[in-house]
Ligand binder design. Structure first.
Ligand code: ZN
Length: 471
């Protein structure tokens, strides 16, 4: 088993229960596991010794919601100034051209950016399976994660309610319930590993109330529970979604979830903005989790996540960057800064500190994914998943007064080193297992192809209200 000593760090921010910090300390790792944290550790003969002088070490960030394939539809002019439903209607037309190789390359880009921003475990919600595309799409992103060395939680998404049946997506990107359930079973049986330091855990994830049928929700829940895997879906993201549920089913989104067995401590929702007080209490009592995605919610004008009410009522809250088309980045560190500022504006200056945000993106996210026994903090017995920042960087000069808050308050987007399960995957701010320039070039070419096929031109860009005055 490979051993590693990371020695003499400026500080180790553990985010353990007491939020302990270890200035000047070292960490010893065997295989994936942290074996010791402290000063003067006697492991100088470890296989790898990393001098961490001037470095601040943090627990790896955990992303609880993403759509990696959307990395190819960032900064599309026609989708920049829309709310969710119009935004989706614009982008479905591009996404229907997705091929297996696009899924692989877009995942390499998105996961690469996550690693470079301190993320060590990423969840993904993959739900676009265009008709006529052969190949096993979700397998391609699992392959990308394995090549990059990130801990991965792919969820097999689905859409079954096409436009002809009253849903929002075009019929070309929906599948039958039967095909969805068959492939979901295959993905779980092929990839799901529930062991403590597993590199791949799989979840089941119908897309949203307006893109899947009630029957599929019910059957997906039964399937997930028969394999004891976790369940994930978008919920209470917009008022439009709430109106859709009331008009179509005569019930609010959470009632629809209750009615289809989509509530419980094995379920986490993405967004969760439009729940009322009674629903938040119910979610807390049931042990539900929520992936909070502040940038996406701000960009699509969806609303503000009621984080204090959620935490007060025991709802598990983690952080997510959401899909790249509504972010338009995959930087967990940037997301932390946005989260911190959003809640200061919305809930007051003392509502949530930078360190509280760090908690949400580490321990909080680990609880949302049901993985808190292995990841989310730096403690003996947990995985050596961490990132380091160099306190000597120019953007930190004059700011070295609170190590735990430093990258969040200053808003740095990138780390110097990332380690996942005791393996270095980002070194000197660069991905270790990939040639970044070549990847970026092939990604942009593939994205061009999809956008050109969809014929989405910049002329469709909406005129802003302000543009009338900015002559
Ligand atoms: Zn999403």
């Amino acid at each position: 088993m490979k051993t590693m000593l990371i020695k003499n760090a400026r500080n180790i921010i553990t985010m353990d229960r007491e939020r302990r910090q270890y200035p000047g300390a070292s960490m010893y790792i065997e295989g994936q596991e942290i074996k010791a944290i402290g000063s003067n550790l006697p492991y100088e003969t470890a296989d790898t010794v990393i001098d961490a002088r001037d470095k601040i070490i943090f627990p790896g960030l955990i992303n609880t919601h993403h759509h990696l394939y959307q990395t190819f539809t960032r900064n599309i002019p026609a989708a920049q100034d829309c709310e969710l439903f119009d935004w989706l209607l614009t982008l479905y037309d591009i996404w229907k051209h997705l091929r297996p190789e696009d899924v692989y390359v877009s995942a390499m880009v998105g996961l690469g950016e996550l690693l470079k921003s301190g993320c060590t475990t990423a969840s993904d919600h993959f739900y676009v399976f265009p008709n006529g595309v052969s190949g096993e799409l979700i397998d391609e992103e699992i392959r990308a994660a394995s090549e990059l060395g990130i801990r991965f939680f792919p969820t097999r998404g689905s859409m079954s309610l096409g436009r002809s049946k009253g849903g929002l997506p075009p019929d070309e990107v929906v599948q039958t319930d039967e095909a969805i359930l068959r492939d979901t079973r295959r993905v779980i049986e092929t990839y799901h590993d529930s062991s403590k330091f597993s590199m791949v855990r799989v979840g089941v994830a119908p897309c949203s109330p307006f893109s899947v049928s009630r029957d599929l929700l019910r059957e997906s829940a039964a399937l997930a529970r028969s394999y004891q895997v976790r369940m994930h879906t978008h919920l209470a993201e917009t008022k439009d979604e709430e109106d859709f549920c009331v008009e179509t089913y005569g019930m609010r989104p959470l009632q629809l979830m209750e009615e289809t067995n989509w509530i419980g401590n094995d379920v986490w929702y993405a967004h969760g903005i439009w729940f009322n007080d009674e629903e938040i209490i119910k979610m807390g009592n049931c042990g539900c989790g929520v992936a909070h995605c502040p940038s996406s919610n701000m960009k699509l004008s969806s609303g503000t996540f009621p984080i204090l009410k959620m935490l007060e009522n025991g709802v598990k809250v983690g952080l997510g960057v959401d899909g790249s088309a509504s972010n338009d980045a995959s930087s967990m560190l940037l997301e932390l800064k946005v989260m911190n500022l959003l809640h200061k504006l919305q809930h007051g200056s003392t509502a949530l500190s930078a360190e509280d945000c760090l908690y949400v993106a580490t321990r909080g996210s680990a609880k949302v994914l049901g993985w808190e026994d292995s990841i989310g903090s730096l403690e003996v017995g947990k995985a050596a998943d961490l990132f380091m920042i160099d306190s000597k960087r120019l953007e930190f000069a004059g700011a070295l007064f609170d190590d735990a808050s430093l990258p969040i308050i200053t808003g740095t987007a990138q780390v110097d080193m990332t380690i996942v399960g005791g393996k270095v995957v980002v070194k000197d701010g660069r991905l270790v297992n990939v040639e970044e320039e070549r990847l970026a070039e092939s990604a942009q070419l593939a994205a061009n192809r999809m956008v050109e096929l969809a014929n989405v031109h910049s002329s469709k860009k909406k005129k802003s209200t302000a543009s009338r005055f900015l002559k």
